[in-house]
Design a protein around this ligand. Sequence first.
Ligand code: H2U
Ligand code: ZN
Length: 348
Amino acid sequence: MNFSELASQPHRRFNPLTREWVLVSPHRTQRPWQGQVESVPTEAPATYDPNCYLCPGNARAAGTKNPAYAETFVFDNDFAALKPDTPADEIQEEELLVARSEAGRCRVVCFSPRHDLAMARMSVPELRHVVDAWVREFSELASDPHIRAVQIFENRGAMMGCSNPHPHGQIWANETLPNELAKELAAFRDYRQSHSTTLLNDYLKLELEKQERLVCANDHFVLLVPFWAVWPFETLLVSRRCVSALDELNDEERTTLAEILRQATIRYDNLFRTSFPYTMGFHQRPTDGKDYPEFHLHAHFYPPLLRSATIKKFMVGYEMLAMPQRDITAETAALWLRDVPARHYLDP
Ligand code: H2U
Ligand code: ZN
């Protein structure tokens, strides 16, 4: 059987980064939908909102006043999930009741002083400030001997639990490796041991040959729908050069990262002509001071929308109890994202 025949039938695909499988059921895209329909915000936010806790000059929920910032602004999360002064402690009863203290830091990154913008509506120089802020934060947090992992991410849109339309992301830094990073690190390490190359270098080479899952690319980054995608329009953003974290990107690469982030988010917005919700974030090397030549910097975009701006994918039932499942194939999703204009639908 060839690939297109297999891809038209129910099948499983392997995710070499997590070493888990996803069930793909392409025929199910035909099924009717009588479930929940999401509402699409129709009113555009104002450029400044006096009630927004992230806008310049405003007071945050805990009372601290934001400075009149002009580019990006980073602060310690007032409701941090991880705190630097957490005392070390642990319990263990048999192998069943096990808990350990976890210290860390949480930061909030305001991408822009403009309340109404999103990555898709920011210019490349503006997004470059965001990239530079991420690099600065990563380096500073990585230099703390207690911090071994830095998770940079953005929740965009109320559907993904974003608490405020003001463009912002978060950084959580902790003492131990979070589950997803640990899974990927083990896969990167094993691949490098059994091949002389690195996992994402080889994968990128294959995708560049095959072309069918590519969305867009520039000199230093490629955006594609991974073969093993779970979310309907999930994408993977990979650096062409194998670097282990944002701090290794040179000046030109940082600008091209800003460019491809803009392209990625414009394409998402254009797909259903809406401010596309997603969770996105970077996976980078652990920050314990060791070298990780096997680790390849990348970002994942996980958007929940299924086939219009109002229908969302739920991860329930089979996904919660068995394994992730998707209907639209990675190849079809890539085609849709590749075919939308590269210019934002709201831009004049
Ligand atoms: P989300 O929209 O992804 O939830 O991120 C907003 C973060 O901002 C959230 O973690 C923090 C919340 O704790 N926050 C502050 O630190 N100060 C505030 O005044 C409100 C929100
Ligand atoms: Zn605001």
